[in-house]
Design a protein around this ligand. Structure first.
Ligand SMILES: [Zn+2]
Length: 239
């Protein structure tokens, strides 16, 4: 897998923006160069709003259209987006190690740099609490990457055998069919979507994550426990 490092990414956005406004003919920026790889963006809210919003199209369609004057070109851009950010400008909101110095207004302005439609397109939002040096040093080694990979490959195979495509590629009708929610799970999703004000896109994406959680557990149908886990992955920054 190609890991696009942050310095390259910063240049990627500059070149993409340049492509949007000048330069001829249009050529692929580094968003396209991350095609079938990983696009890692650190300090996510620090990117220009226009650059962040430009991610919406490839996240949805796997392509990016560069339109400039009379020229228009479409480039492949199906990447795995991984983005990291602090919870607030000082970085200590919710930390047990140090007090946050930010005002509520600063925090909401910082988190508000990521629009709802952009967050809708990010499937897993995970809060990673800061750990002390002692915790870091004393913690036992986690599960090995090789063993996690084995589980992931098996879950993907499970999905392919059921529906002929990975879960992320399922469209609306197929999601309902293959998610195979039991009654309790269905009710749980309805309640969560209403309470958290989810768009149709958010709801469908959460169902695909729930289907994947069930596949990792080797479950034929999606139950409350799988749906509840999926809901947890879509709650950060929405309180
Ligand atoms: Zn802070």
């Amino acid at each position: 897998m190609v890991i696009q490092q942050i310095s390259q990414i910063a240049r990627a956005f500059f070149s993409t923006n340049v492509l949007l406004t000048s330069g001829s003919p249009p050529r692929p920026g580094e968003i396209s160069q991350a095609h079938h790889g990983v696009l890692f963006l650190d300090e996510f809210p620090e990117f220009a709003r226009s650059a962040l919003e430009a991610l919406r199209e490839p996240l949805e369609t796997g392509t990016i259209t560069i339109a400039r004057a009379a020229r228009r070109a479409e480039f492949p851009a199906r990447f795995q987006l991984i983005a990291a950010m602090n919870p607030c400008p000082c970085g200590y909101l919710g930390s047990t190690l140090k007090a946050c110095r930010c005002t509520p207004d600063q925090i909401s302005r910082y988190q508000g740099k990521l629009s709802g439609p952009l967050l809708d397109r990010i499937d897993l939002h995970i809060e990673v609490p800061a750990v002390s040096a002692q915790q870091l040093i004393d913690a036992p080694a986690g599960e090995s990457t090789a063993s996690i990979r084995t589980r992931v490959v098996a879950a993907r195979e499970f999905a392919l055998q059921r529906q002929g495509s990975p879960n992320q590629a399922l469209q609306a009708g197929a999601i309902d069919k293959h998610a195979a929610l039991d009654d309790a799970a269905r009710k749980f999703v309805y309640n969560a979507a209403a309470k958290l004000g989810w768009s149709a896109r958010s709801t469908h994406r959460a169902l695909k994550v729930a289907r994947t959680v069930a596949d990792l557990a080797g479950a034929e149908s999606v139950g409350v426990v799988h749906v509840a886990e999926a809901v947890q992955y879509r709650r950060a920054l929405r309180n």
